[in-house]
Ligand binder design. Structure first.
Ligand SMILES: [Zn+2]
Length: 191
C-alpha cells in the first residue's frame, strides 16, 4: 500500500530557491526580499560557479582566479517567482548604497540588465523604493542555507540524513576585496 500525503514533503535541508543571473536579452525586474546581501569569493571551476574555500581550495591550488559574487533573495510579482539573484561586486555597490540610505534592501525594486544586451556585457542595476508592501512579499530565506543547498555544501545546524554537519567556512562580508584581474574570467557569465 502506498502512503499518500496531501502535500509534498518538506526538504530537510530547508528552503530551496533557484539561482538567477542577469539575462542578456531582456531586463530582470524584481523586489528584494532579504534585509541585505551576502557575498563570497567564487571560482568558475568545473563548468559552474563554486565558492572559494581557502586555504584548502582545489580551484586555488589549480591556479584558477577567483572573484567576489553577491547574493540576495528577490521576488518577481508577475510570475510569482522567489529566487536568489547573483551579482558582481560592481552591481552589488548599487545595493549597498541603497541600503545605506534605506537601512534595508527589503522592498527595493530593481531592474538589472546587461550593457548593450551583450551576453558578457557589464551588469547595470537601477534601484528604487517599491510600493509593494513588505507584508505581501515572501519571507526572506536564510541566505547562507539557501546558498549551501545550491552549492551542495554542508549546512550548519541542519540535520541531513541524521548527520549533524559542520558549518561551511566560505563566507565573507567584503564587497571589493579579491576581485579577479583575469579579464577572461571577469565577465564570464557562469551557467
Ligand atoms: Zn579558492
Amino acid at each position: 500500500m502506498p502512503t499518500w500525503t496531501k502535500s509534498p514533503p518538506d526538504d530537510p535541508r530547508g528552503q530551496g530557491l533557484p539561482l538567477v543571473r542577469t539575462p542578456a536579452a531582456r531586463s530582470l525586474v524584481a523586489v528584494v526580499t532579504s534585509e541585505s546581501l551576502i557575498g563570497t569569493d567564487t571560482h568558475f571551476w568545473g563548468g559552474h560557479t563554486v565558492p572559494c574555500e581557502r586555504p584548502d581550495c582545489d580551484a586555488c591550488h589549480n591556479g584558477i582566479a577567483y572573484r567576489w559574487h553577491g547574493y540576495l533573495s528577490a521576488y518577481n510579482p508577475i510570475d510569482q517567482l522567489h529566487f536568489i539573484f547573483e551579482m558582481t561586486a560592481n552591481a552589488a555597490s548599487v545595493f549597498t548604497e541603497y541600503q545605506l540610505t534605506n537601512k534595508t534592501l527589503r522592498c527595493c525594486r530593481f531592474e538589472a540588465y546587461r550593457w548593450r544586451r551583450l551576453k558578457n556585457g557589464r551588469v547595470i542595476i537601477k534601484c528604487e523604493h517599491s510600493n509593494h508592501p513588505s507584508h505581501a512579499l515572501p519571507k526572506a530565506p536564510d541566505l547562507q542555507k539557501v546558498m549551501a543547498i545550491i552549492w551542495r555544501l554542508p549546512i550548519p545546524n541542519v540535520v541531513v540524513d541524521g548527520i549533524e554537519r559542520g558549518a561551511p567556512k566560505v563566507w565573507t562580508h567584503t564587497g571589493d576585496d579579491g576581485q579577479s584581474s583575469d579579464p577572461k574570467l571577469y565577465d564570464t557569465p557562469n551557467p
